[in-house]
Design a protein around this ligand. Structure first.
Ligand code: NAD
Length: 344
């Protein structure tokens, strides 16, 4: 079966998900819906993607720009088996009734409240529980990073208590209406919403999160302190555990990746996706074990980490893979993400 996929909202996340769908052997991109002509709409047409009118989009505006329009969002939905909503946060919830009218399963993004969908989703975290659902919400970039690490740590060692400080990028690189400003902004909502959001994947996870916003556009960084129930004998084991899990990338000390600028330079050199870093990024030097207490930093590329998760969410809804591991391997192979290298 090849699932016919619609993407509604063609911005930072939508354009990446559309490109990822095109690469999957069991999926087909029917088209993308946009509200306005833009360089992104032009790229969609240049790539051969059919453009449909989203929201209050006007056919005349697209035609004036020389961009052909194949129909409305309703037309796109009718031709598709599922829609991935990648509209701005809270607009996904407004779009829900349109998907219901056409009786189409839908995937929402992390900017929506958890109640928008039947379940929140993370491939390593809760793929099995999400099979056959009619709607899923791929959790936000930060929660995706937490959920992946949580899946590894809880399965291998058990988590007694986990504290995360999120150092958040001020805005995405293409953003012009907000930040980065010359300052460090504490998030006074305590604990931050990320912990409860991670609990939508792992109910009862003993996690607390706090956050600050800093003047950068290059990735978030999480500072983690986890008390493990059954810790490994040494920190090296922890490193190997992460390395042998898909969607984790570890930098060795000799690689001299001091921080996020080098990680993004590596991503540009590697050239996957939109020069993306879809994996959780760990620095070997930044992983430490002291008794039961594990410490590690992880870098999160906000613009791309959720992209493979959207693909696995589609597979979970249509039950296209025998299990999470098969779906993850299929997604990552198609995207060009390296397979895990145990013991490297
Ligand atoms: P974006 O602003 O880059 O893109 C959204 C696109 O949707 C824009 O092209 C916009 O014109 C279009 N749009 C506006 N109204 C629409 C409507 N009614 N119907 C369809 N499209 C409409 O936003 P984004 O960063 O891609 O975020 C999309 C979702 O993904 C949000 O829920 C966000 O919270 C989540 N998310 C964003 C990031 C990130 O860092 N950018 C990371 C993870 C999750």
């Amino acid at each position: 079966m090849r699932v016919r996929v619609a993407v509604n909202g063609f911005g930072t996340i939508g354009k990446r998900v559309a490109d990822a769908v095109v690469r999957q052997p069991d999926m087909e991109l029917v088209g993308v819906a946009k509200t306005r002509p833009s360089f992104e709409a032009r790229r969609a047409v240049e790539k051969g993607y059919r453009l449909f009118l989203a929201g209050t989009g006007q056919r005349s505006e697209f035609e004036a720009a020389g961009l052909p329009v194949a129909g409305t969002l309703a037309d796109l939905l009718r031709e598709s088996d599922i829609v991935v909503d990648a509209a701005p946060e809270k607009v996904g919830a407004e779009n829900r009734k349109l998907y219901a009218e056409e009786r189409k399963p839908a995937i929402y993004q992390g900017g929506e409240k958890a109640g928008v969908a039947e379940a929140s989703f993370n491939a390593l975290g809760n793929y099995e529980a999400c099979r056959g659902k009619k709607s899923l919400r791929v959790v936000s970039c930060n929660t995706t990073g937490i959920a992946r690490a949580g899946a590894v740590l809880s399965a291998a060692y058990g988590i007694e208590q986990w504290e995360v400080t999120l150092v958040r990028r001020a805005s995405d690189p293409a953003e012009t209406k907000k930040g980065p400003i010359n300052g460090i902004l504490p998030t006074f909502h305590l604990p931050s919403h990320h912990g409860p959001d991670a609990q939508t994947i792992f109910p009862g996870l003993p996690i607390t999160t706090t956050a600050v916003v800093v003047p950068t556009t290059l990735m978030h960084v999480h500072v983690n302190h986890v008390r493990l129930q059954r810790p490994p004998r040494e920190g090296r084991e922890l490193i190997e555990r992460f390395r042998s899990t898909p969607r984790f990338h570890l930098f060795a000390p000799w690689e001299r990746a001091e921080g996020t600028p080098q990680v993004m330079e590596f991503a540009r050199d590697r050239g996957i996706g939109h020069n993306d870093m879809m994996e959780n990024v760990l620095w070997e030097e930044g992983v430490r074990l002291e008794g039961q207490d594990a410490y590690f930093f992880q870098g999160i590329h906000q613009e791309s980490i959720v992209v493979p998760e959207n693909i696995d969410a589609i597979r979970a809804i249509f039950d296209l893979a025998p299990d999470a591991a098969h779906s993850i391997a299929m997604t990552d192979r198609a995207l060009g993400l390296p397979a895990p290298r145990p013991g490297a």
